[in-house]
Design a protein around this ligand. Structure first.
Ligand SMILES: [Zn+2]
Ligand SMILES: [Zn+2]
Length: 348
């Protein structure tokens, strides 16, 4: 049975967001619920839950409406509140924008107190709880059939090339990289798929909603290599502790793959990061890359350098620098080049 407008009873095509006859919102009831959920979440200091609800509301509103514009700017303000370091989240900048709208909006002070409990409280139990939460999320992707199936295919391919231990470690490091993206996306309340492996190429997470700001996109982009670096360092540590050459080989391969993803090109993680960097910052990144090449003579880092130099003098760059992204990128270049340049043990 076709859906009908609640106000004028006109028949509605399934993709319509507003009634063509009377202009009534098709998802009015759900939108009201989402607004109530977002307001409650904001009141409780849960910025991520508020963002999740507002982004879902954006999907249900026609793009040219006044409400759509209002909610879009609210999403941007909340996203900035998530990025801002705890002390800077004082009641000025981000909330001023959002609270102009009718519904009660961002309460950054609540965010501060929540973070204060997690970090400033210093209780080991709180830190442990946070870690457990991440661990649970790390397993979440494994409950999806697409992830498991494609993961098995990728494992099968790498198995024909290398030993099963190496294939397993390499696939696990790719999985951790992708879950870094998933974690960052969840933090911003952006709907996305579970990781999907592409045998021979890596894996990807598809977004169902657009990031609201360049900084948000850059943070989601670098979250992959940051988690990937964590996985590579863990393998490296096991190798150092006497786990055997296979662990060093896994650390080296994971380092190389994550380094490649720092290439500032199109949809690659490095491309998202560079969109948030000013021109002088891009120049600085290029200099760091060429220094990393001079120290290691690693071919991948040289390739990333040339692309970075192209982005420095190429198309438009933001005037405002983003130092969080710049520092993260520099640390990633240094650590990943080091791992990628490790002497490769013969047996894989
Ligand atoms: Zn109607
Ligand atoms: Zn990635």
């Amino acid at each position: 049975m076709p859906a009908r407008c609640v106000r004028c009873a006109s028949e509605l095509a399934p993709t319509l967001l507003a009634c063509p006859a009377c202009g009534a919102l098709v998802h009015g009831a759900e939108l009201k619920e989402l607004a109530a959920a977002a307001t409650a979440a904001t009141g409780a200091g849960d910025v991520t839950a508020a963002l999740t609800a507002w982004r879902r509301a954006l999907d249900l509103l026609p793009a040219q409406t006044r409400q759509h514009g209002e909610i879009a700017s609210r999403v941007q303000a909340l996203s900035r509140a998530i990025d801002a370091p705890a002390p800077a989240t004082s009641p000025h900048a981000p909330s001023a924008h959002a609270s102009s709208a009718s519904a009660p909006s961002a309460h950054p002070t609540a965010t501060v107190s929540k973070r204060g409990w997690k970090l400033g409280g210093g209780a080991a139990g709180a830190a442990l709880l946070g870690l457990l939460g991440k661990g649970k999320l790390l397993l979440f992707g494994l409950t999806k059939l697409t992830t498991l199936g494609s993961m098995a295919l990728a494992f099968g391919l790498y198995l024909t090339l290398w030993s099963w231990k190496f294939a397993l470690g390499f696939v696990a490091s790719i999985y951790v990289h992708e879950m870094g993206h998933v974690f960052a996306l969840r933090r911003y309340g952006i709907a996305a798929t579970a990781p999907m492996f592409i045998p021979g190429l890596g894996a990807l997470v598809r977004l169902k909603q657009h990031p609201a700001t360049v900084a948000e996109d850059a943070n989601v982009g670098l979250a992959g290599p940051i988690w990937g670096l964590g996985a590579a360092l863990a393998a490296f540590a096991v190798g150092l502790a006497g786990g055997g050459a296979i662990w060093t080989a896994i650390a080296q391969a994971a380092g190389l793959l994550n380094l490649f993803n720092l290439m500032p090109l199109g949809p690659l993680d490095g491309g998202r990061a560079f969109n948030a960097l000013s021109r002088p910052q891009r120049y600085l990144m290029s200099m760091a890359l060429i220094a990393a090449w001079l120290l290691t003579r690693n071919g991948v880092v040289l390739l990333v350098f040339f692309v970075a130099l192209g982005r420095t003098f190429g198309a438009h760059a933001p005037e405002k620098p983003n130092w969080k992204i710049a520092v993260e990128y520099l640390v990633l270049v240094a650590a990943l080049t080091y791992l990628a340049a490790l002497p490769v043990p013969a047996a894989r």
